[in-house]
Design a protein around this ligand. Structure first.
Ligand code: PMM
Length: 308
């Protein structure tokens, strides 16, 4: 599976993610529910902007089957401007603290080392960095020091410029090679392979059809040996897929069924986790995929009794 021109990113990992035990051995793809504490995210901007509303939304997503809640205070919507670090801290920390206090597994969606460290100190079990460490040189050190699980996403630049950074020879090979460079940097900073999750970064410096090969060839990324996170939820390429008869793309809130379909297929392709706004559909989808895979592996039905 490994292309001769692209070095594999890793030898097989030697241990599980540093994660709560109940999330390590589910036998299926995990579901991460999105809790955006922002006024301007592309799909749900402003709806859960106060800490109270964000916590309530997180609890609702957990009820619907989210295994992890991804709390973010800075929009990465195409064209979005950066927010000051003080604002990001004020948005995410109370929400991380409250959801963690309720026994939920929380990840923090940030590109800033300072925010990552503060969130981990308040109980976050995963740092989800859409820049893979490129936005903040201090990030790898914080990840190494705290030992937290870390998502390194494929990224080429901040939201205000990313749509102009979509030059690829072979998008899958290029993304794998650039992720391999991120892994090398993380290792050099002392991060252990067991901490690392990789993400192809759908929609980031990938405004159009280049997202589809990344999904169709997901097994190539999975074969590199790290858990893989897929974040397709409500993204533009799904809006274009579902173009209406009048020629307009389907709006973000009309992309959830397609998102659940991606979740099923990504899970069947070996994704470790899917990151979604609407949890219930994907929670079902990953269970379907687990039963499907398991039946193929052992020649028997999985996930229930034979007559259900
Ligand atoms: N996409 C968004 C934000 N964070 N994190 C990861 N790991 N992967 C993604 O694809 C991803 C992400 C953008 O979506 P949002 O603004 O609706 O949260």
């Amino acid at each position: 599976m490994t292309r001769p021109d692209v070095p594999a990113t890793a030898a097989p990992r030697s241990g599980p993610l540093p994660f709560p035990a109940h999330l390590r051995d589910t036998g299926r793809t995990l579901v991460m529910g999105v809790v955006n504490v922002t006024p301007d995210s592309f799909s749900d901007g402003g709806r859960w902007f106060t800490p109270g509303a964000a916590v309530a939304h997180g609890l609702e997503l957990a009820d619907q089957g989210a295994d992890l809640l991804d709390v973010g205070g800075e929009s990465t919507r195409p064209g979005a401007r950066r927010v000051p670090v003080e604002d990001e801290l004020a948005r995410v920390l109370p929400v991380v603290e409250e959801l963690t206090a309720r026994g939920l597994a929380v990840s923090v969606d940030t590109t800033r080392a300072q925010v990552a460290r503060a969130a981990v100190e308040r109980g976050a079990v995963l740092v989800n960095d859409v820049s893979g460490g490129l936005a903040d040189d201090a990030m790898a050190g914080v990840v190494a020091e705290t030992g937290v699980a870390y998502v390194a996403m494929h990224w080429r630049g901040h939201a205000d410029v990313m749509d102009d950074l979509d030059d690829y020879d072979d998008v899958v090979a290029d993304v794998r090679a650039e992720l391999a460079q991120r892994v090398a940097t993380l290792r050099a900073a002392g991060v252990r392979d067991e901490q690392v999750v990789l993400d192809p970064g759908l929609g980031f410096a990938k405004p159009g059809a280049s997202n589809w090969p990344l999904l169709a060839r997901l097994p190539e990324l999975v074969a590199d040996g790290f858990p893989v996170l897929v974040g397709a939820s409500r993204k533009r390429f799904l809006g274009h897929l579902l173009t209406r008869p009048d020629g307009t793309p389907a709006p973000p809130l009309a992309r959830d069924r397609a998102t659940a379909a991606v979740s099923a297929l990504a899970a069947a392709s070996g994704a470790w986790c899917v990151r979604v706004h609407e949890v219930a559909g994907s929670a079902d989808a990953v269970r379907v995929a687990a039963a499907w895979r398991s039946a193929g592996a052992v020649g028997d039905a999985a996930g229930g009794t034979a007559r259900e």
